[in-house]
Design a protein around this ligand. Structure first.
Ligand SMILES: NC(=O)c1ccc[n+]([C@@H]2O[C@H](COP(=O)([O-])OP(=O)(O)OC[C@H]3O[C@@H](n4cnc5c(N)ncnc54)[C@H](OP(=O)(O)O)[C@@H]3O)[C@@H](O)[C@H]2O)c1
Length: 336
């Protein structure tokens, strides 16, 4: 599978580095707004093609998967263009600026019969099935409380500070915390925009607090959710501090400590009275980003329009939660 990367920024470099270490998926082309930047990126990561526009990359018939790595504010337009050209797409998180854009782009993908996936890497990692299995086996009893924090000290990055780049901690980091809760409380189901087939525990109420920048973006936030089967979830994210980045799933007979929720390396199982049971290490990985590309490869080979690991209904559900929180906090983007 030949991957064409759009936007020669930070995550694009990590993706290229990851793909270079896979045998059957190739970092094939880079598209940048600047040909000099594209050529430099291609030379650095040993990629055969460099384009000085996103359109040229989309038009390359040899690109099998377009990986959109621009700021969230710029995902919609380029993804629509790629889908219209029939190109399968893997789009960085946060998937779109808001749920309206997400719905439109998902509908377009279904109309055109083109594969589309959200690059929320944690959904594709092996820790997901390890944790789900421990919970399903009843090893920690009934889950009652989920807590998670994700914090990075990101300074005054425009991508965090500016409304026109869809700033704030929620879309950049909180999205992982929300996915952490959903991954272990809902059973995702494929099938376009329908949420009817979802199993697991629905969110009954959601509320939050945030501290904003002078530019009106949420820099640190806390979100509390109650779920339909008696689970309470409390998650925090911040673009202004070094978080512990740990997730805890606490049950009636024990708990799981996941370190860390952004790239889990260990899952510690504790029994009643916090008695240590075991620490499970996830399998050796390249960077942890390989799984999302491998999932796209497998879904494309199977002729799917969305990956099982992150169905469209779930992507849309999370976007709606974030819209709702931003509305409550008064965090507005020009595209809302
Ligand atoms: N999965 C993860 O772990 C992870 C980690 C970090 C970021 N991300 C996501 O990946 C996306 C990109 O983040 P990043 O940290 O890589 O950002 P970045 O370093 O700022 O790179 C973004 C790239 O997008 C392109 N771009 C197009 N329009 C732009 C504009 N108006 N302003 C700035 N850049 C623009 C630029 O590439 P050209 O100049 O080459 O066109 C730029 O280099 C975001 O959606 C972010 O949430 C994911």
């Amino acid at each position: 599978m030949k991957v064409g990367i759009i936007g020669a920024g930070r995550i694009a470099g990590i993706a290229a580095e990851t793909l270079n270490r896979l045998s059957d998926i190739e970092a094939y082309a880079i598209g940048s707004r600047s040909i000099e930047k594209a050529e430099e990126f291609a030379a650095r990561w040993n990629m055969p093609k460099a384009y000085g526009s996103y359109d040229e990359l989309i038009a390359d018939p040899d690109v099998d998967l377009v990986y959109v790595a621009t700021p969230h504010s710029h995902h919609f337009e380029v993804t629509c263009k790629a889908i219209m050209a029939g190109k399968p797409c893997l789009v960085e998180k946060a998937f779109m600026a808001n749920a309206d854009q997400a719905r439109k782009v998902i509908e377009l993908a279904h109309e055109r019969g083109v594969f589309l996936a959200e690059a929320i890497w944690t959904r594709y990692q092996p820790a997901v099935s390890i944790v789900r299995k421990i919970i399903a086996e009843g090893r920690i009893g009934q889950v009652r409380l989920i807590t998670a924090t994700l914090g990075y000290s990101m300074g005054n990055k425009p991508r965090i500070m500016l409304p026109e780049l869809c700033g704030g901690a929620l879309l950049d980091l909180g999205v992982y915390a929300l996915n952490f809760v959903r991954m272990f409380t809902s059973l995702p189901a494929r099938g376009g925009l329908s949420e009817g087939q979802r199993g697991g525990s629905d969110i009954v109420s959601i509320n939050g607090q945030c501290v904003k920048s002078a530019t009106g973006m949420d820099l640190t936030n806390a979100i509390t959710m109650t779920l339909s089967n008696g689970i309470l979830a409390n998650v925090q994210s911040s673009a202004q501090c070094v978080g512990d980045n740990i997730g805890v799933i606490a049950g009636s007979d024990g708990n799981l400590i996941i370190d860390n929720i952004n790239n889990p390396q260990t899952i510690t199982v504790n029994g009643p009275h916090r008695s240590f049971v075991e620490t499970i290490r996830v399998p050796q990985q390249i960077t942890g980003y390989e799984y999302e590309f491998q999932a796209c490869r497998d879904a494309l080979a199977a002729g799917l329009l969305e990956p099982d690991e992150m169905p469209h209904a779930e992507t849309l559900f999370i976007m709606r939660l974030m819209d709702d929180l931003r509305r409550k906090w008064g965090v507005r983007y020009p595209m809302d």
